[in-house]
Design a protein around this ligand. Sequence first.
Ligand code: FDA
Length: 504
Amino acid sequence: DGPRHVRAVVVGTGYGAAVTALRLGEAGVETLMLEMGRQWDTPGADGNVFPGMLKPDERSTWFKSRTEAPLGSFLWLDVVNKNITPYAGVLDRVAFEEMSVYVGRGVGGGSLVNGGMAVMPRRSYFEEVLPQVDAAQMYERYFPRANAALGVNHIDKQWFEETEWYKFARVSRKQAEKAGLGTTFVPNVYDFDYMKREAAGEVPKSALATEVIYGNNHGKKSLDKTYLAAALGTGKVTIATLHQVKTIRQRSDGAYLLSVQESDAHGAVLATKEISCTYLFLGAGSLGTTELLLRARETGTLPALSPEIGKGWGPNGNIMTARANHIWNPTGTKQATIPALGIDDWDNPEHPVFAEIAPLPAGLETWVSLYLAITKNPERGTFVYDAATDRAALRWKREQNAPAVEAAKSLFDRINKANATMYRYDLFGARLKNFADDFCYHPLGGCVLGEATDLYGRVKGYRNLYVTDGSLIPGSIGVNPFVTITALAERNAEQVVHQDVTPA
Ligand code: FDA
């Protein structure tokens, strides 16, 4: 008897985890994926798997009694969020003292809730952030591999110019151009052909029905439809859902012993299990992976872990902001939820910014232009273990986002000046606020490549223990991060699965 033993365990089912599981499965390695969220494949009472954004229910949010949408107010009124029953919903907002982080929960991780923007970083910036990695190899081999497997596609530019669904983006583009700023089309994993058919009324609507942050019922190639489907197809990979890894120990024979809590979707604990494995891959995301390793180091279950674990965290310079347009410049009552354009001012020597032109699909005219700006903020946070709560706490001060706000302000001040427009101050809570600097979508770092791990994600101090996800990237990548996370995981998996792992 004793705990169940599997050859390899992958914790999480996001980008890094999904890549790793597929490559392990292809190599013939019996692999168990442990995911704390649920599988999103069963329709609820309304016939849909995911709830809509305008009428969110319990499926929207990870164990809260009220939804916590990023745009929490309108005209300072608390009209956006709804009371709900606590449930294993798809979007979580993890609140640290001075920074909140949005993450996806469920089979597919962030791919279930994100905007699908599939952007490769500027090569020069990639080289600056990860000088330890061979950029030529990344751009010739692993980025193309990731893009192909993720199902990245491009919008039909002619359709973009004609459709009412992207009027909001064309309005913002024109205003950016007036300020001398260029825009660029952004590839996506949402199927743009499907979107065209939505617009034509041929198929059920998703991106054109305000769906995105609480899941897309159609059209999006989330990981459960790409990498994870392929991983399961190897016949070697299985996924256990609503299984949360709590602690990691090592046995004297070198195997890893995990304590895992199984719950139902309403939060009732069903069992606490021990699972042992020869190879352990952590793909629980920047927050999840870092917390597991910090807890192991600080409680002494893996005492030889590096002091670098917990360091090098950043929000990818994320700042959300919105502008108010003139009454004669409406942004449209119909808005696709999937962004298609970005304002690219990354070559600005003083304040590099890449700002996605985001929709505000409220179903009514708002005259709002919304943006998620990615800036180059050199500030970094550190995770520390808090014994009282048994959780990782993030040491990050609000002031550390000042350089990011300054960069976003410099860009949007230019746009406002050129168009004689103003900021909106009513969208980010009850107080006057024009830059949302207290939450992010792009948590990166905590177990930085080459610092807490070797150059391929092997965790320092232990054999057969690996990090595969966004925690490897030191806090910033200059664009939306999932393509980079995927490509880096491809690179590391190719090395590690071939060099370290034997199937049995
Ligand atoms: P990821 O977070 O995807 O997966 C981790 C998984 O591990 C989760 O499923 C989690 O439940 C699970 N887990 C955590 N701890 C666990 C434990 N102890 N036991 C078991 N399971 C555990 N990026 C981009 O490139 N383009 C975009 O358009 C967007 N847009 C966007 C919008 C929104 C609303 C969000 C929240 C995020 C984005 N992102 C994005 C960011 C992107 O989704 C994110 O960078 C990646 O999902 C991170 O991938 P990882 O592999 O690091 O982990």
